[in-house]
Structure formats: structure tokens, C-alpha cells
Design a protein around this ligand. Structure first.
Ligand SMILES: NC(=O)c1ccc[n+]([C@@H]2O[C@H](COP(=O)([O-])OP(=O)(O)OC[C@H]3O[C@@H](n4cnc5c(N)ncnc54)[C@H](O)[C@@H]3O)[C@@H](O)[C@H]2O)c1
Length: 252
């Protein structure tokens, strides 16, 4: 694969799959704009990529819930590298876990602001980024937006309802809508929806018919393929990458 001369924005890029994607895209010669709220780790990871001397990286502190910060990330990408070829929305997670609220309380007993966070980061963030970067991609007459869904978007979760609600919005409504808008501007949109991924060890407890969770690398390889020359006809689709869990059901 070769991404020389291409630029990708990755959100949630200080950790997990957002980071791994940025590292891989740069390893294949591309430039990366790494967005996250965790400034210290972000700086460290940006430096590591630049020290390797392949593609260049810049870090932008960006809370995806804030449209002004999202537009700033877009502007910094264009100023640094001249185009936005790929935009991947990795920032996300279940609010109860991400905000350390725990899983004991019943859904209606969890304060609503917890779920506001989940809906905003997981759904509004990608919506904001779509609105911001499509302006640039329309001007370029090219681009690819990749949303990251989840098996939970298809299954639901009675305890953490923000997460499946938001992910289903990405997997079906937002991804299809962007691809419809983008068609006449040579812009594609694809959603990649993993089952359990070992960005943390607890994910090994989530069942799949294959008896294991995915290595983060397996998800990133699919994303790189979609972004590469070989993946150019993939558009408007939600692709599950879950070891067969969606086919088998959650109690597989
Ligand atoms: N790990 C899994 O098993 C799994 C399964 C299905 C889907 N996913 C999805 O994949 C994506 C990446 O997951 P991961 O496990 O690699 O993530 P992670 O938890 O390792 O990293 C998430 C990153 O997002 C950043 N972040 C949090 N709030 C933010 C905000 N408001 N603005 C910008 N950045 C913010 C965090 O600082 C962190 O660096 C998420 O959208 C997740 O929902 C993960």
C-alpha cells in the first residue's frame, strides 16, 4: 500500500485503533492529523511518528463534541498538508465505561448527562466532522469518510443505551446519507463495525463464534484496504468485522 501525498484525519488518535491507524497510514507514507482530547499522550505519539521519518504527523487537541474545534482540526489539516483525503471517526466508547460511572445502576437511574456524553461523542462528533470536512472534500472533488460503528449498534444494550443508539446512527443513517451526498463529488463513505477488539483485555470476554476477539491490526487492515487503490468501489455500506457474531447472535 502507498499513501504518499495523501492526508488522513484520525480522531481518538491518542489510543487504540485511532492511534494504530495513524501509525500505519504514516508508515505507508501518508500524512496524518491526529485529533484527541488527551494532549500529553497525543504529543508523544505524534513525535514517535515523525521520528520514524515516513509520513508526517501533526496533533490537534480536539473535542469532537465541539464544532468550533472540529472546524479548527479541518483547517489545520488543510493548512499543513493541502488536502483531506481520508477522515476516520475513531473517537468513541460507551459513556458508562468512558466516564467511569460503572454498570450497577439501572438505565433510568444514571444521570442524563452521562448519556449526553455518549450520544455527543459517538454520533454528533462524526456528524460534525462530516459537515466540516465535506466542505473541503467537495472543493477537492475527492475524499473518503470512514465511520466506526460496532456490533452493539446492531444488537442494542439495555444498560448503555447511548452507545448502540449512536452507533446505529452511524452504521445506517449517517453513512448512507454521506455516500448519497458525496456521489456527485467523488466522495465515498463507509462504516466499519467491529465486534470485540483487543484494544483492552476485557474485550476477550465478549463471545464470537470464532472463540476469540479481533486483534486491532485486523480492523486497521480492513480500513487501509478501503482507503487504498484496491478499495475504491466500496461505498455507502456498513461492513461488520466481528468473527461471525452478527450472524450467530450474541449468545454464540
Ligand atoms: N475496542 C472494541 O472492542 C470496539 C468494538 C467495536 C467498536 N469500537 C469502536 O472503535 C473506536 C475505537 O475504539 P478503541 O477501543 O480503539 O478506543 P480507545 O478507548 O482506545 O480510544 C478512544 C480515544 O478517544 C479519545 N476521546 C475520548 N473522548 C473524546 C472526545 N470527546 N474527542 C476526541 N477524542 C476523544 C480518548 O482520549 C482515546 O484516546 C470507538 O469508536 C469504539 O466505539 C471498539
Amino acid at each position: 500500500m502507498n499513501f504518499v501525498g495523501k492526508t488522513a484525519i484520525s480522531t481518538g488518535a491518542a489510543s487504540g485503533m485511532g492511534l494504530l491507524f495513524a501509525q500505519n497510514f504514516a508508515e505507508f507514507g501518508g500524512n496524518v492529523v491526529m485529533c484527541d482530547v488527551n494532549e500529553s499522550v497525543l504529543d508523544e505519539k505524534v513525535k514517535e511518528i515523525n521520528d520514524k521519518g515516513n509520513g508526517k504527523a501533526i496533533g490537534v487537541v480536539c473535542d469532537v463534541r465541539d464544532y468550533v474545534q472540529v472546524c479548527n482540526a479541518r483547517d489545520q489539516a488543510v493548512e499543513a498538508f493541502g488536502s483531506i483525503d481520508v477522515m476516520v471517526n475513531f473517537a468513541g466508547g460507551t459513556a458508562r465505561r468512558m466516564l467511569n460511572v460503572g454498570w450497577e445502576a439501572d438505565f433510568p437511574d444514571v444521570p442524563i448527562n452521562v448519556f449526553d456524553w455518549g450520544l455527543d461523542v459517538n454520533l454528533k462528533g462524526p456528524f460534525y466532522f462530516a459537515h466540516a470536512v465535506l466542505k473541503q472534500m467537495r472543493e477537492q472533488n475527492s475524499g473518503l469518510i470512514i465511520n466506526i460503528g460496532s456490533i452493539t449498534g446492531a444488537e442494542g444494550d439495555g444498560r448503555g443505551m447511548d452507545y448502540p443508539t449512536a452507533k446505529a446512527g452511524l452504521m445506517y443513517g449517517l453513512t448512507k446519507s454521506i455516500s448519497q451526498y458525496g456521489a456527485s463529488h467523488n466522495i465515498r463513505c463507509v462504516c466499519v463495525s467491529p465486534g470485540p477488539v483487543l484494544t483492552r483485555s476485557a474485550m476477550a470476554n465478549m463471545k464470537t463464534p470464532m472463540g476469540r476477539a479481533a486483534e486491532p491490526r485486523e480492523i486497521i487492515d480492513l480500513i487501509l484496504f478501503i482507503a487504498s487503490e484496491k478499495g475504491q468501489f466500496i461505498n455507502g455500506e456498513n461492513i461488520m468485522i466481528d468473527g461471525g457474531r452478527n450472524a450467530a447472535g450474541r449468545n454464540c
